[in-house]
Design a protein around this ligand. Sequence first.
Ligand SMILES: O=C(CO)COP(=O)(O)O
Length: 254
Amino acid sequence: MTPGIRPLVAGNWKMNGTSASLGELRGIAEGFAQGLGEVADGLVCVPATLLARAAEVTTGTPLNVGGEDCHPKESGAHTGDISAEMLKDAGATHVIVGHSERRTDHGESNATVHAKAEAVWRAGLVAIICIGETQAQRESGSTLDVLAQQIAGSVPADANAGNAVIAYEPVWAIGTGLTPTVDDVAQAHAYIRARLGDKLGAVAGRMRILYGGSVKPSNAVELLSVENVDGALVGGASLKAADFLGIARAYRSL
Ligand SMILES: O=C(CO)COP(=O)(O)O
């Protein structure tokens, strides 16, 4: 937590979900409408195929919906790609860029992620810019250097508290049930805030830095209470309303 920063509990459905999953989304929206929205902002990023219907389901509730990736361009001959403007048109308020699965599966560089963040802003949406070290990088002691490089390369210099959210997701913690120690999370988040400060100035003190990687209801209080952790980016546990709401509920006791 950071004094003065309203937390954000965000879900990332990845390549999961069909129309049958909209009931879970409705459950999440109801949970935020029935009180959780008072303690945290809620967002679920869904596959593009579901976005328009997800936006309908959540209309009139505090829950926002977002996209998981976008193309840097607004339109054109890019078969199979989707622009930030299209995501906005379908109802997105946020777009994840630079998720480690995109960096790995699609070879996305920091420069690509930077261009995608700019595309998100061109469309008037909020970019959730993901960074995080691999297992090998952690074992070789280069975690903080990797984070510094990713911030330098992926985060545009016009990022601010209104248009960008940073998500720290250690790659080895994603989908594995493993999480860094509270001390490691605190160190990484403080370091990220400091590097953002070098780059962006005072605005960095108001930016949200989310933690992602195996966040569950059972570890949410511990992880979300860490200094400079301003919310979570949740994968697997965002697919079930009970689990996602269980994580958000941590803010009732923090
Ligand atoms: O990658 C993640 C969110 O973007 C985290 O995924 P898990 O919560 O399934 O570990």
